[in-house]
Design a protein around this ligand. Structure first.
Ligand SMILES: CC(C)(COP(=O)(O)OP(=O)(O)OC[C@H]1O[C@@H](n2cnc3c(N)ncnc32)[C@H](O)[C@@H]1OP(=O)(O)O)[C@@H](O)C(=O)NCCC(=O)NCCS
Length: 256
């Protein structure tokens, strides 16, 4: 039997009839005592964050919930609902569109900050090495819409500063991100300010989350906005809504 039981091994949960222990803690002791962000942390890491860590983590979760129907994932959720699928399907459709280019910059920015933190040499060369491998757009900086400032980034960085004062984190990654911002401005001759992904990546790195988790956590946060938009669309009705109003057509180009 043991080889059957060993098919799945986990340190996350233990159960018996009438007993559910998450990371060794009875669920009834967690219910009503830990916040949802603390629960996410416990599930992912096995311990419960301090109140200050949880507050900073929650700020990142709050900041990324939505970016409107022009974000492909949000539009896709709304379109999916008008096709008659349920909220879970609409959420799946949307989350499945969060990839390297849409929603993935947080993961890439944590990886970038980690690369810089471990780099032996100056920042200019560290960035050069990074872009040689990953392309010229530095993740976590610049924004198509929010110019000159993404309003979420300075607020999040101010919270990181406050957390550093409290002794909650060291501030190393905040400093790295600020120096990347300054270096980009120097290279481009104009500001290329930190965006939401660059700022939440600072928080995730300061709190010790590994890069791939930044994407997973972003999906958790953005799922809130996706659900809200899917639900709103369901309330509004609408059938078979495509990406543009029907009066607009695509460009027909016989040469592709
Ligand atoms: C979001 C993004 C696509 C906006 O690009 P954009 O609208 O073309 O940016 P702007 O018009 O403000 O600026 C264009 C110039 O700044 C540069 N620039 C903008 N963002 C840059 C970045 N992250 N790294 C390096 N250079 C950047 C461009 O190379 C371009 O310079 P050039 O004229 O010499 O070619 C771009 O900033 C980007 O890819 N950022 C990284 C990915 C990311 O963080 N995505 C999450 C966004 S919330």
């Amino acid at each position: 039997m043991s080889d059957v039981a060993d098919w799945w091994r986990t340190s996350i949960i233990e159960m018996a009839p009438g007993r559910i222990d998450i990371r060794g803690r009875p669920i009834q002791e967690l219910i009503g005592t830990v916040s949802f962000p603390q629960m996410i942390w416990l599930m992912l890491r096995g311990d419960i964050p301090t109140a200050a860590q949880a507050r900073l983590f929650e700020a990142a979760l709050v900041a990324a919930v939505d970016h409107g129907p022009q974000a492909p994932s949000i539009a896709a959720a709304r379109m999916a609902v008008t096709c008659g699928v349920g909220l879970n399907n609409a959420m799946g459709t949307a989350v499945n569109m969060l990839g390297d280019v849409h929603g993935g910059a947080g993961e890439q920015a944590v990886a970038l900050y980690t690369h810089i933190a471990g780099y032996e040499g100056g920042l200019t060369q560290a960035l050069k090495d990074w872009t040689a491998v990953h392309g010229r757009f530095v993740p976590g900086f610049g924004h198509r819409f929010h110019k000159p400032v993404d309003p979420r980034a300075p607020r999040l960085l101010a919270l990181v500063e406050a957390a550093v004062q409290e002794g909650c984190c060291a501030g190393k990654y905040a400093q790295i991100a600020r120096s990347v911002e300054a270096e980009l401005a120097r290279q481009k001759g104009k500001p290329v300010p930190m965006n939401i992904d660059g700022a939440t990546a600072v928080i995730f790195a300061e709190l010790g989350f590994e890069a791939p988790l930044a994407r997973g956590i972003f999906c958790l946060s953005r799922s809130v906005g996706i659900l809200a938009h899917a639900w709103e669309q369901q309330q509004q009705g609408g059938r078979n809504k495509g990406p543009t109003p029907p009066g607009y057509r695509w460009t027909y180009d016989p040469d592709g």
